[in-house]
Design a protein around this ligand. Sequence first.
Ligand SMILES: Cc1cc2nc3c(=O)[nH]c(=O)nc-3n(C[C@H](O)[C@H](O)[C@H](O)COP(=O)(O)OP(=O)(O)OC[C@H]3O[C@@H](n4cnc5c(N)ncnc54)[C@H](O)[C@@H]3O)c2cc1C
Length: 386
Amino acid sequence: MDFEMNEERRMLMDTLRKFVAKECTADFARRIDETESFPHELYRKMADLGFMGLPFPSKYGGLDGSTIDEGIIIEELSKASAAIGLTYFLSTCFGGKSLEYFGTDRQRQTLLPNLISGDLMFSLALTEPGGGTDILGSLRTSATKKDGRYFVNGQKTFITGAHVADYLITAVRTRTNPIKKSDGISVLIIDAKSPGIDIRPLKKLGIRATGSNEIFFNNVDVPEENLMGEEHRGWHQLTNTLNNERVALAAVSLGIGQAAFDYAYKYALEREAFSRPIGSFQAIQNYLVEAATELEMARLITYKAAWLQSHHRKCAKETAMAKLAASEAGFKVALAGMRILGGYGYMMEYDMQRFFRDAELFLVAPITNEMIKNFVALEMGLPRSY
Ligand SMILES: Cc1cc2nc3c(=O)[nH]c(=O)nc-3n(C[C@H](O)[C@H](O)[C@H](O)COP(=O)(O)OP(=O)(O)OC[C@H]3O[C@@H](n4cnc5c(N)ncnc54)[C@H](O)[C@@H]3O)c2cc1C
């Protein structure tokens, strides 16, 4: 077992840290959160430096990196701002990885190079108002085929980045009466500017710079060649993307948790009570030690899951466990940070409240931790609970 980073990854980390220190300052992170504005310019800079292409094959203009590299980038960006980490994630995972895993050759050749250059952005539209946990039972958005075109009708909700995306990777029902709920679903690449699409922003608690949206599809006309992979097999094809999503979002949680830890650690050494730094009290030290340990454990399982996916091994259980462990750790550390900061944790001028708001999301998205436990139980061979 080798825990040493190779030379290439050390260089990546070095480049990333310099980039983050220069471009993703605390002021910048605060500003995009407060103004709820998508960091377009920063996105362009990330693409220009080759970050978007890192986890993709060189034949499409990428740098032949892996899920591990994707995790490293996302964790590092998320230390500065979870919204920035997510900005990177949306296109690389939802767009790029879906294209790589189950797009057609033509789709990969036309879309991946433009994604890598930063010219195209993507979102994933799965969740519907009827419920995200029973996603298959609630999926009603339909695509009816006529003369080589699909006509899409329905509604999606909570879709992150849809307001800035060029394409929406959208799950639709192409069979009305499937034998199994997971059959008869297809995935379409839908041009977000198509007539009949209405995208409405939602107000939310955290990760505000990457907005989330409702999307209404009213007879949206999609050419047949925008079908990804096979018709009716969309859900099975999405599995790899969803495993990648769990690792990548575990990396976001790690980034938030680390940022909260670093902030609280510094504060504990500066803030005084009873004429000494609060960091000299055992109660505060215990918070910090437990936080560091939780983060370290979550990081190990996250990068193990990333390693498994990079090596094309079975990884459904491990990616789910990584999402569970990292999201709980990220939130727990942010909560400890709030305690360490006392009243100042509650003040908007201190960043801890942002870490706390941002970390909370990953307890429920992209899948709730209640549901992910059901899923891990199933992977462990226990009877199905849902
Ligand atoms: C800010 C934000 C961004 C998002 N971005 C996207 C996106 O980009 N694309 C996308 O497709 N979706 C997105 N989502 C949707 C997200 O994946 C869903 O919110 C999530 O899956 C939970 O679904 P729900 O909110 O409908 O909760 P519900 O399904 O209504 O669940 C409510 C509660 O019931 C519990 N529950 C339900 N069934 C069970 C069970 N069998 N066992 C135990 N507990 C159960 C849940 O754990 C939860 O506590 C986003 C959500 C948010 C909040």
